[in-house]
Design a protein around this ligand. Sequence first.
Ligand SMILES: Nc1ncnc2c1ncn2[C@@H]1O[C@H](COP(=O)(O)OP(=O)(O)OP(=O)(O)O)[C@@H](O)[C@H]1O
Length: 615
Amino acid sequence: MKSSWADAVAEETAASGSVDSNVTSAPTAPTKSTYVPPHLRNRPVAAESPALPLSGPPSGYNSTGYSAGGAGQRSDYGRQAYNTSSRGGGGWSNRGGRERDVNPFGNDDVNVDVEQAFSGHENSGINFDAYEDIPVETQGDDVPPPVNTFAEIDLGHALNLNIQRCKYVRPTPVQRYTIPISLAGRDLMACAQTGSGKTAAFCFPIISGILRGNIAQRPRGTRTVFPLALILSPTRELAIQINEEAKKFSYQTGVRVVVVYGGAPINQQLRELERGVDILVATPGRLVDLLERAKVSLQMIRYLALDEADRMLDMGFEPQIRKIVEQMGMPPPGERQTMLFSATFPREIQRLASDFLLNYIFLTVGRVGSSTDLIVQRVEFVQEADKRSYLMDLLHAQKDDGTHGKQPLTLVFVETKKGADSLEHWLSRNGFPATAIHGDRTQQEREYALRSFKSGNTPILVATDVAARGLDIPDVSHVVNFDIPKDIDDYVHRIGRTGRAGKTGLATAFFNEGNMSLAKSLADLMQEAKQEVPAWLTHYASRPSYGGGKNRRFGGGRSGGGRYGGHDIRRDSFYNNSGGGGNSGSYGGNTGGRYNSNYGGGYGPGPGANSAWDE
Ligand SMILES: Nc1ncnc2c1ncn2[C@@H]1O[C@H](COP(=O)(O)OP(=O)(O)OP(=O)(O)O)[C@@H](O)[C@H]1O
């Protein structure tokens, strides 16, 4: 059932006088964690130690979101903004008044007619029908029901206005399920296909929660800032992108979003923090630096979101995330709300992740780790020596098909940084304007390359895995896996740079003898996404020696979880027997050994390999 915003407003007004009997009361305020991280010990106490932020949902939530009047605290909710400074938004020079938000939407469209909101037709070119029959599974206790429209969830006037400005008319499937779950205060592990709107799925509840929550006064007069929400990203460009998105969603709400990431001058980021921060978007390395310098404190974190969560807990990177989440003063599970999102979630990673969660809901939209049917996948047998000329043929054909002979945006993935440089130069020399992005480039060069690609100035971007995850570049029409990744999950993320938000896309992979270990998982994945699998690939895939065995996602075969997505490891006997079911951290102690032995290599950045990780 679709209802308009106007209906929702009317219903809300009618409801505001009464107390909803279904309202679940907010959990009792958590007791304060006694742990004080070393960098905060012996500090002069400028204000009271921060009272812990609210845990769980603010009063007044019911299963579909927020029930007006439940706690009698709605009076200021329709406001355009709340004043971060008065909430001790952090910083050692809290401004006296709220500064003007820079309009992230450009000059247009600021006078959105909210009465018309969500009642119109699709206006963003998003093909939502593509998602209509997508299988969704949820596991866990008391899962709040999904919604069909934004109007069914009261995210608040200011946020709704921004959703409108973004031209989002309907929630995508992952948003339909996750927003009510998050608004109900539940921890969440969500697996949904690339390009399906996961960023908004975790940003909306965070912003809405901050706006309506009873946020404890944050300390003043200290040079440390106390964000309320932390969003972690594995790469700098993704952090930048999440920051831009979150800024749009929180425009004129008074919620302040700041991003910190490595490779950029720290002083500039410190100045931004100084002006106050509610939502901090960060890459882990730079965040640890700021925590150790006591510029940021996690003591008041109420929401923690890990985007690309499986990458964040990837072998080699997990200790840093554990440090941030478990050893730097952040409130423990139950006293904060934790949301983990990715398109892929290997079982082993789920086990690690469960340490961060309490009584969580496991959600899958589509199958765990599957790719979307919107991407046409092709795989060609191409010998190493022939790859360049093959690529050239593809690019020529594409150009001929393109509008006015223009080269459509093409993203070419290679294995090494050197390989990226070399291919970029070769393409440029041969009349194809190309640029490259990889970990050896300066941050300035990386950002310039991305901008140049997005704008179409250099319509070919040669990239390592640093660009594989999360980047939302409109109109990438072709992803070429010039070098096939060693891990099928990386393949899923790479091809997911096209075919986003309901649009179709094309992905071509160059396969040869060097990629045999991926034959089975690639053939299975393509079959599952209803793609044409070449006979030669099926043949290789059927050979026991090429049968994967390394397919870490499903313990040696893609058998886990049935046809549709949901495989929640809490169902595994292994998990239950190992005492890992209680989210109690009991798994943590011997994680490393078990984890490593399960992997048998081939996972994570090996010697000489590129890392998609940033600091
Ligand atoms: N409800 C919506 N209506 C229309 N467009 C939407 C909606 N939600 C998100 N989008 C758009 O869909 C695109 C993909 O969203 P997003 O980048 O969040 O995907 P994702 O699931 O995080 O992908 P990935 O797995 O690659 O990180 C973005 O351009 C975003 O603006």
